[in-house]
Design a protein around this ligand. Structure first.
Ligand code: ADP
Ligand code: MG
Length: 374
């Protein structure tokens, strides 16, 4: 069946959690659920984004707070491993060591994230690629000291110079040679190759934070890291967590909502999250590693998967692939559903929604005249 969605105004979609943060209606005014479980919540700025952890637990506030603090510490630890902005992160140590022209020993967990990233590069035919870093810098998407983006439109010649460094195939990981130091080694085939985990790091951190919460005895929680979400258990008295799709252009407009259950992750990549406008053209922070240009046409991609790492990496990869190839990939994967909102050639806005997502997505009246293709 082929429905088509046209949404009158140009909009994009972001994820948010209904008013109480999780499972609207599941929580009483005093923060308790009907069955004596209470909602404990903490939000803080970390890794350049807001991390919000919501936990349902019994009366023992101390135990819940302690579990949440452990999860925050875990994300802090990962920030020291994967941050692009911390000069002393393990990632930046490797990025900077490349000029030594010899393989560098690397933390094994970081190597595993790099290997996972390569898996998503293969899956997306190179649309997702953590070696976009030099392009991110060239287009001026690196945050300055004031936190602002200094947008810059490079010439074709500048792009051509950078492109040979952009490929996950430039990353080489080898076994340890020294029996005293079992850490594996990494080097780049191109001296200008650099890595940026901005499109997978938050998802990975969400999965690790959820693990820490479980180990600390929590049975029901929702971790939301700037729209990278993982839920386990369910809010007391309800079978699902409710997630909203918000229209950020028409402020306050909600396009719809859907519910996720135990062990489900959601992530959204949008062209409105970080961008600059130059000569009336909008340049978004998601770059096609194959051409060197910021992606045009895709407005937002929302992915549902079984891990936040997968949802995060795929939302970016599918964003680059676009509606046609992106939806093909979503449909080809088990346990993956998704929605792609994009601009058609005639300037209309359309959405492709996978069958599984279509079943759970309840569009709100404010979604406008929407044509859905699946
Ligand atoms: P955000 O984290 O901003 O919500 P994403 O998960 O889509 O959104 O990640 C975007 C970030 O990933 C960019 O800011 C950039 O650092 C990096 N990036 C940009 N293009 C790509 C790409 N094609 N593949 C992998 N990473 C990318
Ligand atoms: Mg991503």
């Amino acid at each position: 069946m082929k429905k088509c969605i046209i949404i009158c105004s140009v909009f994009a979609v972001v994820l948010f959690l209904f008013s109480s943060g999780v499972g609207a209606g599941a929580v009483n005014e005093d923060g308790s659920s009907g069955d004596g479980l209470k909602l404990y919540k903490k939000a803080a700025y970390i890794m350049g984004s807001i991390l919000e952890i919501s936990v349902y637990s019994g009366e023992d506030k101390k135990a819940a707070d302690n579990a949440i603090d452990l999860a925050f510490s875990e994300v802090g630890r990962l920030d020291m491993l994967m941050s692009n902005y911390k000069s002393n992160s393990e990632l930046n140590r490797i990025n900077n060591a490349v000029n030594k022209r010899e393989p560098e020993r690397c933390d094994d967990e970081l190597l595993r994230v790099i290997e996972l990233s390569a898996k998503f590069s293969r899956l997306t035919n190179g649309a997702f690629d953590i070696t976009v870093s030099p392009l991110v810098a060239l287009w001026g998407f690196n945050r300055g000291n004031d936190g602002d983006i200094k947008g810059y439109v490079p010439s074709k010649r500048e792009l051509a110079r950078v492109l040979p460094s952009i490929s996950y195939l430039n990353i080489v990981i080898t076994d340890a040679k020294d029996s005293n130091d079992r850490r594996r080694l990494i080097h780049f085939k191109n001296n200008f190759t650099r890595m940026d985990l901005g499109a997978i790091g938050k998802g990975y951190a969400v999965d690790r934070a959820a693990e820490v919460l479980k180990k600390a005895g929590i049975d029901s929680a929702l971790v939301n890291f700037a729209g990278n979400i993982f839920a386990f258990g369910t809010p007391e008295g309800r079978g699902t967590w409710k997630i909203g799709l918000k229209d950020p252009v028409v402020a306050g407009n909600i396009l719809g909502s859907f519910k996720i259950g135990d062990g489900m992750a959601v992530a959204t990549s949008g062209n409105y999250e970080r961008f600059f406008v130059m000569d009336g053209k909008k340049y978004t922070h998601i770059i096609d590693p194959r051409t060197g240009y910021p992606v045009r046409g895709t407005l937002s991609v929302t992915i549902i998967a079984d891990t936040a790492t997968t949802a995060d990496a795929l939302s970016t990869g599918v964003f680059v692939l676009g509606a046609e190839d992106g939806m093909k990939l979503i449909k080809s994967m088990d346990n993956v559903e998704g929605a792609i909102i994009y601009e058609t050639y005639d300037g209309n806005i359309a959405a492709r929604i996978s069958d599984g997502m279509n079943k759970i997505l309840e569009l709100s009246e404010t979604a406008g005249k929407i044509k859905i293709e699946n």
